[in-house]
Design a binder for this molecule. Sequence first.
Ligand code: 3PG
Length: 411
Amino acid sequence: MDIEFLTIDDLDLAGKTVLVRVDINTPVDPNTGGLLEINRIKECSVTLRSLEDSKVVVASHQGRVGRYDYVSMRLHAKVLSEVMDREVKFVDDVFGKAAREAIENLKVGEILLLENLRFTAEENFEFSPEDAAKTHIVRNLSKHLDACVLDAFPTAHRAHPSIVGFAEVLPTCAGRLVAKELKSLSRVVLTAKAPYTTVLGGAKISDRLEAIDALIENGKADNVLLTGLIAQVFLKAANKIKFPLQKDLEKYVPRARELLNRYSENFYMPDDLAINKNGERVEVRVEELKPDMQVYDIGEQTIRKYSKIIRSSGTVFMSGPPGFFEKVGFDKGTNELILALASSLGTTIISGGHLTAALERLGVKEWIDHISTAGGALVMFMAGKRLPLIEALKRASKRWREEKALQQSRA
Ligand code: 3PG
């Protein structure tokens, strides 16, 4: 895998005003609005520390429209300031007058965090690079910027203006995190061997459903072990759950049915589940499941079955937790499957903030070959799909090299 991109060391950014597109999209406590963990904020500080001689404008999205986590980034600025141990200014604007003035007033060494990018309509849609370059956000901000650093690997699969637009009009390079991910992934992909097992879980189903057939077709998922909410969708599609699922899940059932018909050999579904009965973990067989039961984890028999497959795989890729791992008693599926990966002799890749947090708690980080803060983006990457952020970096690198060659030929 050879990806051509520029790094911070290639561009002369001293004294320049630099936009750093990070991904500090963070789980939010629905009751208090507080940030539940700050891993991504800590990680992005590595790139920001490399830009101490620049005027740094940081931008990220947070949550999705209509969800409880669609909140301001003011708190992120406070946490980032604590992590960096220096002032991080905040402006509650993305590309309006207040944001533009705040950028113009920046001095070398200062950091400014913009408001949640998704507070602007455009940042919630996908664009071609050419159209993204014409959006209001890119046109308004780029006049005040000299360069762009793309460091949002978890958002690499979204062709949003901040991911693909600035790279068309500004010198653009990869941040430290993106460079680290791509370097490590290239190494891991080289050593990976069959049989390939993909363990899918978590709450974000659409990205995973979109990638499954590419994963299987590209030989990257001989076995697909289903956990979490996606397991319920497939159990319904296989007619093992007979009652309607909640609306958000039911809409995915036809697609799951199609996939099951095409690749019935590849899929493994839970035989049993753990439900939350007045706070207690209770094991139930899938056929005993009732509509009013709250599924919080995969069951013990399923854990044993899946662990055995994981241990005998050449490569295991796990994305999204199998259950409510934050709740004691319902962390069993997550913990046991992670431990199976850690003790597997194959190549192991773990993706997503939740699993990273669980890994840290279990103290087995060093036993995993590649750990990524990205969730859906890494699933797409493993499936061999083109990621808009990587394509933007490639184009920016090509353009920069062509311009350099032209300058040299004129000199
Ligand atoms: C993630 O957490 O996976 C990224 O921040 C992307 O978020 P999204 O799925 O809401 O685009």
